[in-house]
Structures are given as structure tokens and as C-alpha cells.
Design a protein around this ligand. Structure first.
Ligand code: GDP
Ligand code: MN
Length: 392
């Protein structure tokens, strides 16, 4: 689950990271009022940033500076309603704009190969890191945290030194890198990224100028499978931006991923769903989706899953493969029959149900004149043939 910059920043603040204060605003009037408060606090300029779950907002015109409250309202009214990579901007953050001396990149990801949290940093911050990775991969430095001991101080120092930080900025960097690691752990995040991590100059109470590292942007994605352990994080889901298909699948409690083939698949169990897709390909077809209806799938789940499959106009045939354990075959069969009666368009379907209550399932399917198969090979072969016939 992706979360907005403002929420990501809150999670960083909770781990003690240096993030300049910001306010969320949804209307030009709110932007003006928020900007006014920053000017009162003594800042010379404010920054207004679109809150959408995509990167590259700066390049797209979704990040702008303003030198007065009126200008902020004016600039902000143009950002609100803007389309950034297909998403309409509904809210912005307003923050005091700092004078940036240099922009760095720092991020934490999970390296699946080594099963560790890896910290990455680059002196080429501000721009999209994917771009740096393509153009100049040597400019990205990495260090792997220990799975027991975490990100050790010497490791974080090594990373800071590699990007050219020294003295007080280096010790600030160590705390920030360790804070990113802590943010990953505390929230079961997949990714925690700060870009830019900026060097700004602040005037201290005695008038002297001090350099400081601050997190000006934050991007966090949370592991969906970890959300159950963090009930508080569910409220950070942005319903405005969630894909309607994803939202529907989540409501049904199923795993659904749209692909670009023509054979809709409904299977119970992730491993069996993968195998089913492999066999579809083996017989010359292309799966239209990955769908795991889960264990103990009930009638309503089956009906809802069928609707999700049929929403895709590319679907020319449906393959149902159920291995009844906790899931009862007759319950699935009844769901399929119900779904067929209510469905919006006619698509040929082949059903294979084995295991718990398979005999009852077979009888129901026969009575409803649904095409069945005994083996998975037979089912996949039939589905591919049905899809071919339908496209001809
Ligand atoms: P992104 O383009 O979606 O990654 O959005 P960012 O939040 O990274 O903003 C893009 C760029 O705007 C940054 O690289 C900065 O150069 C600039 N920017 C962001 N926040 C501030 C700020 O507080 N002060 C100043 N002067 N520039 C900022
Ligand atoms: Mn950024």
C-alpha cells in the first residue's frame, strides 16, 4: 500500500527524523491561511506540493514556490485539480521553503535475494533515483543491515562517507539512516525513501549559520501482508486513488491481479493459481488474471470474483480450478451457477472441482449444463480451445 507524502512524513517524525513542519490543504483558502502562518513564523517563501501517489511531481508542475500568501493561493489553485500521470490533485501540502544547498538521496528497501533491509544513498539526489540507476549506477551506494543487529553505526557512517558527507552532517546522516531503518521495522514497510534529503542553512539564535540535513520529501510503501499487525495504518489508505478493481478484490478478501491474456482464471490457493496459469500457457493460451479466491471461499466470494473477471473485455473464456479442502466444492459450484445467472455477458467456461464435496459439485454443474473437466490438463486445454473459438 502506497501512502501520501504527508502521512509518510508523519511516520518519519514518529521515529525522530528531521522533517520541516507542513500543513495539509484542500482549497485555495486553506492554502492561503496555511501559507500565512509560515510567513508569520518568519519564512520568506513557502512550497506547495501536490499530494498524489506518483513520483516526479516536481517535473510535472506539482511543486511550486510562493513568496506571499496571495501568491500561494494563486499557485495552489492551479495545482489543485491538476492531472498528474492520470491522477487528479485533490490536496496539497504547504510548508516553509528552505534554501537548499545540496540534495541527496537516501532510501531503505528489502533485498529479497539476501532477505535483508538495504540502505541506499546517493549524492545525486532530487532527481528520480531510477534515472540515476540507469545513467550512473556507480553513484548509488548500498549497505546491507544485519537482520539481528540492524543498521550499525559504522555501516551508516560508511554510507555517509561514500556520498561525501563529513563532520556534523555525517553524524546527522547516521541518525537519519538509522531512523529510516527503524521506520521500515516499525511499520513493516517495503520501501522508505527520502529524496531529496537536503542540506539547508539555518541561522542559529546567536546569528551564526549552521548546516542541517532535512527530509524534504518522503515516500513509503507498506507491506500489505503486514497491515494486520498495524491497525492504525489502515486509515492511511487513500481511497481516492486506489484502483477500483484492487478495492473490490480487497473487499472480497481475494488476491486478484489483472494480466493481459484472454483466459480468466478462478482458483483457490496461490500455488495452484500459479500452476493453473502455467498450464494455460503450456496449452498455448494466455491468462487474463491471477486469482486466488482463498481457502473456504463462499458463494458471495465466487460471485464477486466472477464479476471481477468479466469486467475485463479481453476475457474470452473462464477456467475454474478448485481443489476442495476447507473449500467445499458444492458451495463453489452453487456460487458459479448463481454468478452465471446474474452475469453481464456470455463467456464460455470450464470447471474443474475436486476434493471436498466434489460429487455434489459435479451433479450441480451437470444440472446447470456447465462444461466440466476432471484433470487440470483437460481443463486448461478446453479453456484454451474455448477462447480460440470465441476470438475466431
Ligand atoms: P517529487 O518530484 O514528486 O519527488 O517531489 P519533491 O518533494 O522531491 O520535490 C521536487 C523538488 O522540489 C525537490 O527536489 C526540491 O528541489 C524542490 N523542493 C521540495 N521541497 C522544497 C523546499 O522546501 N524548498 C525548496 N527550495 N525546494 C523544495
Ligand atoms: Mn522527491
Amino acid at each position: 500500500m502506497k501512502i501520501q507524502e504527508a502521512d509518510a512524513k508523519s511516520l518519519l517524525v514518529a521515529q525522530g527524523l528531521p522533517v520541516p513542519t507542513w500543513e495539509l490543504a484542500r482549497t485555495p483558502a486553506e492554502i492561503k491561511a496555511a501559507a500565512g502562518r509560515f510567513f508569520e513564523a518568519g519564512l520568506a517563501r513557502v512550497v506547495i506540493k501536490a499530494q498524489v501517489l506518483v513520483g516526479g511531481r516536481g517535473k510535472a508542475g506539482g511543486v511550486k514556490l510562493a513568496a506571499s500568501a496571495d501568491e500561494a493561493a494563486d499557485v495552489g489553485s492551479r495545482i489543485l485539480g491538476m492531472d498528474i500521470k492520470g491522477i487528479t490533485v485533490r490536496k496539497v501540502i504547504v510548508a516553509g521553503a528552505l534554501d537548499i544547498e545540496k540534495e541527496y538521496y537516501v532510501g531503505a528497501i528489502i533485498d529479497r535475494a539476501t532477505r535483508r533491509i538495504v540502505l541506499m544513498a546517493s549524492a545525486e539526489g532530487g532527481v528520480e533515483i531510477e534515472e540515476v540507476a540507469r545513467q550512473n549506477p556507480g553513484a548509488i551506494h548500498r549497505v546491507s543491515a544485519d537482520s539481528e543487529l540492524g543498521l550499525l553505526t559504522f555501516q551508516a557512517r560508511g554510507l555517509g562517507l561514500a556520498v561525501g558527507l563529513r563532520d556534523t552532517l555525517l553524524s546527522q546522516f547516521v541518525a537519519i539512516a538509522q531512523g529510516l531503518y527503524a521506520t521500515m521495522k516499525a511499520n513493516d514497510a517495503d520501501l522508505v525513501e527520502v529524496n531529496p534529503l537536503a542540506v539547508v542553512t539555518e541561522t542559529a539564535a546567536d546569528g551564526s549559520r549552521v548546516q542541517k540535513l532535512v527530509c524534504l520529501d518522503a515516500k513509503i510503501t507498506l507491506d500489505d501482508s503486514g497491515l494486520a499487525r498495524h491497525p492504525g495504518l489502515e486509515s492511511l489508505r487513500d481511497n481516492d486513488e486506489e484502483d477500483p478493481t484492487d478495492a473490490q478484490a480487497r473487499k472480497l478478501g481475494i488476491n486478484f491481479i489483472r494480466l493481459d491474456g484472454s483466459i480468466g482464471c478462478m482458483v483457490n490457493g496461490a500455488g495452484l493459481a500459479m500452476t493453473t496459469m502455467d498450464l494455460v500457457k503450456h496449452y498455448g493460451g494466455e491468462p487474463a488474471n491471477f486469482l486466488d479466491v482463498g481457502g473456504g471461499a463462499r458463494r458471495e466470494t465466487v460471485c464477486g470474483a466472477m464479476e471481477l473477471i468479466l469486467e475485463d473485455p479481453n476475457v474470452k473464456a473462464i477456467l475454474v480450478n478448485i481443489f476442495g479442502g476447507i473449500t467445499r466444492g458444492d458451495e463453489v459450484a452453487a456460487g458459479l451457477i448463481e454468478a452465471r445467472a446474474a452475469q453481464s455477458r456470455e463467456v464460455p467456461m470450464v470447471v474443474r472441482i475436486v476434493g471436498t464435496n466434489a460429487a455434489q459439485a459435479a451433479r450441480l454443474l451437470r444440472e446447470a449444463h456447465l462444461e466440466t473437466a476432471t484433470s487440470l490438463d483437460e481443463a486448461a486445454e478446453k479453456a484454451v480451445a474455448l477462447a480460440r473459438r470465441a476470438t475466431r
